[in-house]
Design a protein around this ligand. Structure first.
Ligand code: PBG
Length: 329
């Protein structure tokens, strides 16, 4: 069937028409900016594989938070580099932990900015895995992550963030049952109003490389394939997301972003919960590197990538470009 009177070109003729019929919109209200908080004072340490991003001490992170708020961005997500790592990741949940201090200083200084926290153990464990290792196996490097022991600790981490004043927690560990355990711990302590954005569909991706420099959390042995998803799988994403929804997740996240647009789209079709996409460190680094060489237009490519994430179905986007783009959106 041919519709001779329909000519798409007519609709693309000028910017007024294009804007009127545009199907997807991107503005700063969708964006979350990640911050890496480190020990010390007045520290602003550039992350070499992520130009424009820094490890910031609490005082600097608070100043940054206030600039982010002034730019009209709604939220930050915090990652911590602890003073000390140990086999259990103790510094992930202590009251004087780096993230806990950052949350309370930020909420005091910039109450209007929403503070989301990444809940995971990999930045806090000496072995760099996202959970506690089981006692089975003689060498540490033979041991696997003990799922059930880990989710108890993750619930402690989430609770410590809520006590410090976090608005939302985002478990990124991919242990089974952690959303339910966190929801229960929060509810039992009267934090039923704190929402959970679950990294429901997180792939064992090589695009996390630069982040592991930034957060100093590369696994010391083995990899994360036992708990993160195989990039070859799509249907499994539905199973993962269904479990998280049933356990009480408020927002479902897909990570990484651009290579997984089909997964974002699929979740959008299957679920009525809000969907978040994480444009990860490797995606950011690739655009920065190509733009740094003059091979692509950084701003245009960044904007197009985020628009495509929105078109695929993401309501929320976590991106290292948030600050730069807030200025032009
Ligand atoms: C912690 C965590 C990671 C990222 C977010 N939270 C690293 C990982 O799972 O190895 C990656 C974010 C990025 O690459 O920007 N588990």
């Amino acid at each position: 069937m041919i519709y001779p009177e329909y000519r798409p070109r007519r609709m693309r003729r000028d910017e007024n028409i294009r804007a009127m019929v545009r199907e997807t919109h991107l503005d700063r209200s969708h964006l979350i900016y990640p911050l890496f908080v480190c020990p010390g004072k007045k520290v602003r340490e550039p992350i070499s594989s992520m130009p424009g991003c820094f490890q910031l001490s609490v005082d600097q992170a608070v100043e940054e938070a206030s600039r982010i708020h002034d730019l009209g961005l709604p939220a930050v997500i915090l990652f911590g580099l602890p003073e000390k790592k140990d086999a259990r990741g103790t510094h992930a949940w202590i009251k004087s932990g780096i993230v806990q201090r950052a949350i309370s200083s930020m909420k005091k200084a910039v109450p209007g900015l929403m503070v989301v926290t990444d809940v995971c153990l990999c930045e806090y464990t000496s072995h760099g895995h996202c959970g506690l290792l089981s006692s089975r196996g003689s060498k540490e490097s033979d041991r696997e992550v003990d799922n059930d022991a880990t989710i108890e600790l993750l619930a402690k981490v989430a609770l410590s963030h809520a006590r410090a004043g976090a608005d939302m927690v985002a478990p990124s560990d991919m242990m089974d049952g952690r959303v339910g355990a966190i929801r229960q711990a929060l509810d039992e302590h009267d934090f039923d109003q704190i929402s959970i954005m679950s990294y429901a569909v997180k792939y064992a991706s090589s695009f996390y490389g630069p982040f592991r420099d930034a957060a100093e959390c590369a696994p010391q042995f083995g990899d994360r394939r036992a708990y993160q998803m195989d990039p070859a799988n799509a249907r499994e994403a539905i199973r993962e997301a269904t479990l998280d929804m049933e356990e009480g997740a408020d927002i479902l996240m897909v990570k990484p972003g651009l290579p997984y647009l089909d997964i974002i789209h699929m979740l959008r079709q299957e679920f009525n919960l809000p969907i978040a996409a994480y444009q990860v460190s490797g995606e950011y680094a690739m655009i920065k590197a190509a733009a740094g060489n003059g091979w692509v237009d950084e701003e245009a490519v960044a904007l197009e990538s985020l628009m495509c994430l929105r078109r695929a179905g993401a309501d929320i986007i976590i991106t290292y470009f948030a600050k730069d783009l807030a200025k032009i959106l």
